[in-house]
Design a protein around this ligand. Structure first.
Ligand code: GAR
Length: 208
């Protein structure tokens, strides 16, 4: 059974999707063993506690720089014996020492179709604001492995939704979460836990 450690910063609806999928028996070969929050008041922590999952907080402001924060995170991940680390709305960029210690063992859900609308500054509602400003007709979400390039690691799964004329950033965010993120993230986690994802030359392949 693989230990899944989930990193959060906010509401935690993606964490909830993972918890619900695990309860339905849809995370084959893995178990959420710890939730780590970068914010003390993240509602995601309540979701974890309500489901009996061990929680920890690691506050960015408590550390002088990103490297010392990242080293503290690495210590916790090692202590928790993480097999897979999932960014589920985790909004703090970590130093590359973390992803290099967990190559192709950290995944992130991003609320757009990478390589569009991603990278530094593209997070949360800002992504959907940029999508609407550009006027693209489809958007979606991407689950990818985390590398030292922000939102640049191998793409595991993607799916789309239509952008409607009367969408606001909030309505688009909700449609993408409900129709794509909450389905793709548990699916990608389950595939990982079954050792069905391989990475070659920067591309991820799923064994059917
Ligand atoms: C989600 O839409 C997630 O894709 C996004 O933040 C939201 C978190 O919601 N993540 C990013 O923008 C990372 N670049 P949640 O806390 O309810 O899961």
């Amino acid at each position: 059974m693989k230990n899944i450690v989930v990193l959060v910063s906010g509401g935690g609806t993606n964490l909830q999707a993972l918890i619900d999928a695990e309860k339905r028996g849809e995370i084959t070969g893995g178990k959420i063993t710890c939730v780590i929050s970068s914010k003390a008041d993240a509602y995601a922590l309540e979701r974890a506690k309500n489901n009996g999952i061990n929680t920890r907080t690691l506050i960015r402001k408590d550390y002088p720089d990103v490297v010392s924060y990242s080293k503290a995170m690495l210590d916790i991940l090692n202590e928790e014996r993480a097999d897979l680390v999932v960014y589920a709305g985790f909004m703090t960029i970590l130093d590359e020492c973390v992803c290099k210690a967990y190559p192709n063992r950290m995944m992130n859900v991003h609320p757009a179709l990478i390589p569009s609308f991603c990278g530094k500054g593209f997070y949360g509602l800002h992504v959907h604001e940029a999508v609407l400003e550009k006027g693209v007709k489809v958007s979606g979400a991407t689950v990818h492995f985390v590398t030292e390039v922000c939102d640049g690691g191998p793409i595991i799964l993607q799916d789309t939704v239509r952008v409607e004329n009367d969408d606001t950033p909030e309505t688009l965010q909700r449609r993408i979460m409900e129709n794509v993120e909450w389905k793709l993230l548990p699916k990608a986690v389950s595939l990982f836990c079954q050792d069905r994802i391989t990475v070659k030359d920067g591309r991820a392949y799923i064994q059917e």
